[in-house]
Design a binder for this molecule. Structure first.
Ligand SMILES: [Zn+2]
Ligand SMILES: [Zn+2]
Length: 368
């Protein structure tokens, strides 16, 4: 079928809205009419050639929409169902067999190769391949093809155009808190970076009853939103000479939990150094290959834990519906961080995402 999609024709080139051909679904696949898609830094990393994959290419991995057509072996979803498309996994590797789907040994390849696992492509233009299947979805288009197991059915009374970001930034941030840290009421929490991931984590920390909740960022408008969403204290990193000291003062000796979302090595070090003994620092920021960080070895001897987490250790089929429930209860007001753009304005969305004007751009797809 013919669809409209935002195609990147060469490395770091602009998104160009074009008509392309989407193949028919295989037996375990489905086609989703995309209603909206979040844009995440990882999409822009793909555009800019971080993954060494070919062009032309279509990105997007935070798609929400309505099931349009299903393959013959799809039984859990039917046309008309509302779905969020989440991250891919192979189902066969040592981690998938232990249900650690977010650490799938083939996950990286399935996310960034822009083909199916067998190398086939989903999109074409005049018979030539257009590389898609980004996170096995490529949601920057009017329709997307994914597998049944990556599509999460969500309740129909929820506002579908808000739900795409749950597939990546939402479950990454909220999952790091609710699935990994599991704080108790009154535990101190500090988040470095008040972007979509950091603010999702902050909303989860509030749900868990953390106190104090400290947000660190370089943009005042993000810190203002952090306060609105539950931060008890905010620190502008640019205006502070000693972030670690400030956090120690607020918490009375260090934070029990710190979350790093900036991917800046010097900030990661601060997130470690602000911990109390037996505190835990979780790294979510996705740094480029070759980035290194250092800290003093004795620091870990006090029972401190430093670890990385992917996709918030979330099992999407359970966690995304839970987050949708929190949105419907008014406890996870994700709409406050979203700025909507029409698909035609995708380059503006990318620019405003990079400069920090838009915290979470969401693209609305045209009909058809
Ligand atoms: Zn796997
Ligand atoms: Zn993402």
């Amino acid at each position: 079928m013919q669809i409209k999609a935002a195609v990147v024709r060469e490395r770091s080139g602009p998104f160009v809205i074009d008509t392309v051909e989407l193949c028919a679904p295989r037996e375990d696949e489905l086609i989703v009419r995309v209603v909206a898609s979040g844009m995440c830094q990882t999409d822009l990393h793909g555009r800019d050639g971080y993954f060494d994959s070919p062009y032309p290419a279509v990105y997007g991995h935070e798609g929400s929409g309505v099931v349009h057509a299903v393959g013959s072996a799809v039984h859990g979803l039917a046309p008309g169902d509302h779905v969020v498309m989440s991250y891919p996994w192979c189902g066969d590797c040592a981690n998938c067999r232990q249900h650690k789907l977010n650490y799938c040994l083939h996950g990286r390849r399935l996310k960034s190769n822009r083909t199916r696992a067998d190398g086939s492509t989903l999109l074409s233009k005049n018979g030539a391949p257009v590389y898609s299947a980004y996170f096995q979805q490529s949601s920057f288009g009017t329709f997307a093809l994914t597998q049944e197991r990556y599509a999460v059915k969500v309740r129909k009374d929820a506002p579908l155009e808000l739900l795409g970001p749950l597939a990546c930034s939402g479950q990454t941030g909220a999952g790091a808190v609710l699935n990994v840290m599991k704080p108790k009421p009154g535990d101190s929490f500090a988040v470095f970076g008040a972007g979509a991931v950091g603010l999702s984590a902050l909303m989860a920390a509030k749900i868990a009853g953390c106190d104090p909740i400290i947000a660190v960022d370089i943009h005042d408008h993000r810190l203002a939103l952090a306060r609105e969403l539950g931060a008890t204290h905010t620190i502008n990193h640019g205006g502070s000479s000693g972030v670690v000291g400030e956090i120690q003062k607020i918490t009375g000796g260090g934070a029990r939990y710190a979350l790093e979302t900036s991917a800046v090595p010097a900030v990661f070090r601060e997130a470690i150094e602000c911990l109390m003994p037996a505190g835990t620092c979780v790294l979510l920021g996705s740094a480029r290959k070759g980035s290194e960080v250092s800290f003093e070895m004795p620091f870990l001897q006090q029972g401190r834990v430093v670890r990385g987490v992917v996709q918030g250790d979330s099992m999407p089929q359970e966690f995304i519906p839970r987050l949708v429930g929190l949105i419907m209860d008014g406890k996870f007001p994700i709409e406050k961080m979203i700025k909507f753009y029409d698909l035609a304005d995708i380059n503006l969305a990318a620019q405003e995402s990079s400069t920090g004007i838009a915290i979470k751009p969401v693209l609305r797809m045209p009909a058809g």
